[in-house]
Design a protein around this ligand. Sequence first.
Ligand code: GKR
Ligand code: MG
Length: 422
Amino acid sequence: MSDRIVDVRITPIAFRDPPLLNVSGVHQPWALRSIIEVQTESGRIGLGESYGEADTLADLNRIAPALIGLDPFALNALTQVVYRCIGNNPDIGAPYPPDGDKARASALGAFEVAFWDLQGQITGRPVYELLGGAVRSHVSYSAYLFYKYAKHHADPGYATDPWGEALTPLQLVAQAQRMVDRYGFGSIKLKAGVFEPELEIAGLRALRAAFPKHPLRIDPNGGWSVSTTRRLMPALSEPGLLEYLEDPVGSLEEMAEVARFATMPLATNMVTIAFGHLPRSVALNAVQVVLSDHHYWGGLRASQQLAAMGRVFGLGISMHSNSHLGISLAAMTHLGVTLPNLSYACDTHYPWQEDEVIEGGKLQISKGQLAPPAGPGLGVKLDRSALARLHNNFLGCGIRQRDDASEMRKHQPGFSKQRPRF
Ligand code: GKR
Ligand code: MG
């Protein structure tokens, strides 16, 4: 039964995002995403969700017309179309150019999820079954803590949020408590690189005291130098403090240097972010845990391949996140239940977003876990009025590129996003 693609729509959206701090600055009041709809001749609509910045939108819109006539089962043809449209290279076996690769892999991931959704609808099967079946019923997610301001700078539409300020260890613990109470998370990640590292380690210790059994991680996003990380290592090595240390430093070579004196595994979503990075990463033993992310590794199939590489080379597999809504979470969860070696709770920004674009509102994480939404495909449907409202936000918000540094300069005029910061 053939049900070919007749229409592809890319709708940019914007939703409210709290003032979360990181090494690059602070989140803007609006986060951008794109909603991808791939429609077949029988009227089925496959969904995807990806980045909403101008460069991604341009790539997706360049590819969209070339998908007309494709069969949603033809994932290799999809790959070739993407490679032809982005980077002018139809050879899917060609070496991975680090610069071009993220753009291609991201575009592929965006459409590939919609193709899987269609395959599921056509066969009456959930996506995880098409991916080989579940090895677990639920995916575990971690409480993703951020230092944060109480409100955005001079944004009358977004005066405060229910999370409040989090700038001190006590406030961090309160944030964690709220996350754990509401969602039952069983592990905790702290986004760091914001304050002097000793202050952030004091935050970790406060979390450890309040949540003695929760595995903890810290992620300064390359905000520390190698020598700072060396200085901090005794404190970070306190027994039972960290399950892994994520991207303390900003390059593969520096991660390799840190790995030589680190007492815990190093994780990354910054230095090993494409298949072409794996050989050197493995040769240098620069990282021991790779954060998968179907949005930029090339989709669900590529993420399974990454997990297989992890098995071959003894790398742990975890999952990275950015601000996102429910189509992404559904895809992450379908994927996550199929990965035998998903050895850590996955990151998600989902609790930070109040808005939703799928029917029925927010998916419910409970006991720190989520099962894939039931039903064929991804198991989620677009809420058309929410889509129109969020698109309207996009048209009016004035943001076209995420820029945490400029946003931070409204709070601290001298802020620069220099890295390493400490
Ligand atoms: O949302 O501020 C943020 C994060 O810092 C995000 O941009 C990172 O991509 O969550 C991510 C990470 O783990 O590095
Ligand atoms: Mg990270």
